[in-house]
Ligand binder design. Structure first.
Ligand code: FAD
Ligand code: NDP
Length: 430
């Protein structure tokens, strides 16, 4: 049993949705020539909603409300949209092997799907505690968060213990966003992570202090610089407490785990070049095979702004842009220059909202008011007298654009003390 397509997008997440949109915009295929194969049972959706709108106690986001590409361009790519545009959605279908030389994919249902061009958009999977030697994370009240099923479980578990205790493992993006959502749902939160402050890979201690104080003012507790070692469970197998390295027990009606991800490269190990834990591509998002492209979380691609250093970014803006770039490169190779991407990360928790652009390397220069409950503060990272990265909490659209511009243009810094004094005005006046 088999089918053949000209273009196959493997994976049905954020990148897949934006790749499909780009195919339609460019009109670069005929009906029936393009398909998306996804293990998920629904059309591509905006994954960031799962740790934000999806977890709201009232007026929560639900599909079809947040399919791609809502918010980005007002077009909502529902299953109907794919049908109308002649794109085959092969949903609920896991690809179990890929043969790059033969240009075929084998699905768990036994179907062989062949392609002329393949776009790998398999994203990533959440790391499990078992991978750190801790067992029992399959308990009914332990939640991970990567897809819709995980989000539904999280919502149900949350609803089963109103006013209860949650232990959040990990101080990264999932930990911070889920902790805020749990607090909003009136659940008492204790966050546990090994670093000395939250969001350690991006935030400076000073930035982290602001958010930690804010969370504390909302009732959250931080247990930093340690890890859990095991769980205590009741006779039904439900976790009742989390046991830390120092033997301390934290009571838990539920646990949320966000300890990082692993790019889903497995199908292509040994067939394509890998780097940074992902599939290595060039500035056209082309892998080491001339018919195979990789985009989104799974792709390690050159960042021109960082002198061509290869990076794998685990963020939605990068997924959207790399996906569209790959389609442009497939359909109009001679007109498509190498991608010139400015790394962009953001988060929204409670009423707070921050954006970051570039690279957090070099000397840090903080600016703004770190004491206000309606804050507007930030930081620049300066290396070799040039701005390399910029962070801003509470900015307006124009202000975010201004900080992105100084990073994009590597604005020259003549005097660090002057930069500190000017703060945000430095970016606005540039
Ligand atoms: P994904 O969206 O993960 O899609 C991968 C798809 O491939 C999935 O549909 C998966 O089922 C499918 N797949 C994988 N293997 C197979 C296979 N063998 N066969 C068939 N299908 C397969 N980023 C931000 O910048 N801002 C945010 O606020 C933000 N919030 C987030 C909140 C949550 C809860 C999560 C989990 C992530 C968030 N991110 C955020 C990160 C962002 O969502 C990812 O960077 C983005 O989804 C990556 O897109 P992708 O298409 O590469 O991968
Ligand atoms: P992150 O990499 O952001 O954070 C993982 C955190 O868990 C780190 O603080 C890490 O510490 C810590 N950790 C690792 N191992 C353990 C352990 N054994 N016990 C306790 N803590 C541990 O990953 P997340 O899981 O938070 O997020 C998953 C993905 O989702 C990421 O790709 C992220 O980009 C994406 N996402 C993005 C959002 C956004 O951009 N706004 C929102 C939500 C998710 P260490 O650094 O020491 O390893």
């Amino acid at each position: 049993m088999g089918r053949a397509f000209v273009h196959v997008i493997l994976g049905g997440g954020v990148a897949a949705g934006y790749a499909a949109l780009e195919f339609v915009r460019r009109g670069g295929y005929s009906r029936g020539e393009l398909c998306i194969i996804s293990e998920e049972t629904v059309a591509p959706y905006e994954r960031p909603a799962l740790s934000k709108g999806y977890l709201l106690p009232e007026g929560a986001a639900r599909l079809p409300g947040f399919h791609t590409c809502v918010g980005a361009n007002d077009e909502l790519l529902t299953a109907k949209w794919y049908k109308e545009n002649g794109i085959e959605l092969v949903l609920g279908t896991k690809v179990i092997t890929a043969d790059v030389r033969m240009k075929t994919l084998l699905t768990a249902t036994g179907e062989t799907i062949s392609y002329k061009n393949l776009i790998i958009a398999t994203g990533a999977r959440a790391l499990k505690l078992e991978e750190f030697g801790i067992s029992g994370s399959d308990a009914s009240n332990i939640c991970y968060l990567r897809n819709l099923d995980d989000a539904d479980k999280l919502v149900n578990v949350m609803k089963s213990c109103p006013g209860g205790n949650a232990v959040v493992i990990g101080g990264g993006y999932i930990g911070m966003e889920c902790a805020a959502a749990l607090v909003t749902n009136r659940i008492k939160v204790t966050m546990v992570f090994p670093e000395s402050h939250c969001m350690a890979r991006l935030f400076t201690p000073k930035i982290a202090e602001y958010y930690e104080n804010y969370y504390t003012s909302k009732g959250a507790t931080f247990v930093k610089g340690t890890v859990l070692t095991s769980f205590e469970k009741d006779s039904t197998g439900k976790v009742t407490s989390v046991i830390l390295k120092d033997g301390k027990h934290l009571p838990a009606d539920m646990v949320v785990v966000g300890i990082g991800i692993r790019a889903s490269t497995g199908l292509f190990e040994g067939q394509l070049l890998m780097e940074q834990g992902g599939i290595k591509v060039n500035g056209q998002m082309l892998t080491s095979d001339g018919s195979v492209y990789a985009v989104g979380d799974v792709a390690a691609f050159p960042i021109k702004l960082f002198d061509g250093v290869i990076r794998r970014l685990e963020h939605v803006d990068s997924a959207r842009r790399t996906a569209r770039h790959a389609v442009a490169a497939i359909l109009e190779p001679s007109k498509t220059k190498d991608i010139d991407y400015l790394p962009f990360f953001y988060s929204r928790v409670f009423t707070l909202s921050w954006q970051f652009y570039g690279n957090n390397t070099g000397e840090v220069v903080h600016f703004g008011d770190f004491t206000n409950s309606s804050p507007r503060f930030g930081a620049y990272w300066v290396d070799k007298s040039r701005i390399r990265g910029a962070f801003l909490e509470g900015g307006s659209r124009e202000e975010y654009e201004a900080i992105s511009n100084v990073v994009r243009h590597k604005a020259k810094v003549i005097n660090i003390a002057e930069l500190e004094k000017q703060g945000l005005m430095f970016a606005i006046q540039e």
